[in-house]
Design a protein. Structure first.
Length: 255
């Protein structure tokens, strides 16, 4: 050992023993293959839809009420919402199997105007205003579901009020992205679909049908904008004027 100014320095000779590396065999892989079944072994179980409005609106479904301008799409969605809130028949025909709270945002009508419409519908069914306590309006100047901030505000509103349905009229007023862009519209609709599944809440939108199509075209192909609108719906309701009576409207249900 030698002394330094700071601390002792130890000098030793050390024999270094090299230890050979021992390679061990990897444990035998015990994973099995996937289970495979013959088609003949799979029982056929017919799907049993869970309805909110029987034959029209699946529980927690997403869909669009479509038609040209001035075919009374807003009246139709309000009629449907009154039915869901009060348990009365939709269009006087279709049974409501589960009632609940609804939230509605109409971008082109004042709340006072909408209330008058709703009360007129209720009056024809012998309902009082008190029966509509769970008919709730989202009070906002604008909502843009393409805006992350607005979308999160909607999520919080749903968490607070626990609606069974959220209705927005019209779709073009609550989505700011280019409705002809499949990518942009697809992303927004995908977010809505994810919210529907996460919160167990249905969505109804109204939308214009303005495209020209072949005579045998599906009505959903006539939605204005991207074809994603048609594929989005678990259900769609189409409202088209009749040829014989311009005041009459034909209503077609699609599931």
């Amino acid at each position: 050992m030698r002394e330094s100014n700071d601390c002792p320095i130890i000098e030793e000779e050390v024999d270094v023993l090299t230890v050979p590396t021992v390679m061990t065999a990897a444990p035998e892989n015990k994973l099995t293959g996937f289970t495979v079944k013959s088609l003949c072994d799979i029982p056929v179980v017919p799907p049993v839809p869970e309805w909110l409005v029987e034959g029209v609106l699946p529980k927690f479904g997403c869909g669009i009420i479509g038609g040209k301008p001035k075919v009374r799409k807003t009246w139709a969605v309000l009629d449907l919402l009154v039915s869901i809130v009060t348990g009365t028949k939709f269009f006087g025909k279709y049974e409501v199997l589960q009632s609940g709270t609804i939230l509605v945002f109409c971008a082109e009508d004042s709340e006072s105007s909408l209330k008058r419409r709703v009360l007129n519908i209720a009056k024809t069914r012998g309902l009082t205003e008190e029966a509509l306590a769970n008919f709730k309006f989202i009070s906002a100047n604008r909502i843009d579901l393409s805006d992350p901030k607005d979308f999160q505000r909607l999520v919080r509103t749903i968490d607070e009020h626990k609606p069974i349905i959220v209705a927005m009229d019209p779709l073009r007023r609550v989505v700011s992205v280019d409705e002809n862009s499949s990518k942009a519209i697809g992303e927004t609709l995908s977010q809505i679909r994810s919210l529907q599944r996460e919160k167990n809440v249905g969505f109804i939108f109204t939308h214009h049908m303005g495209k020209r199509g072949a005579k045998d075209a599906n009505l959903g192909d006539l939605f204005r904008g991207s074809s994603d609108f048609h594929s989005f719906g678990d259900f769609n309701i189409y409202m088209t004027p009749t040829k014989d009576d311009p005041e009459a409207v034909k209503v077609t249900f699609e599931l």
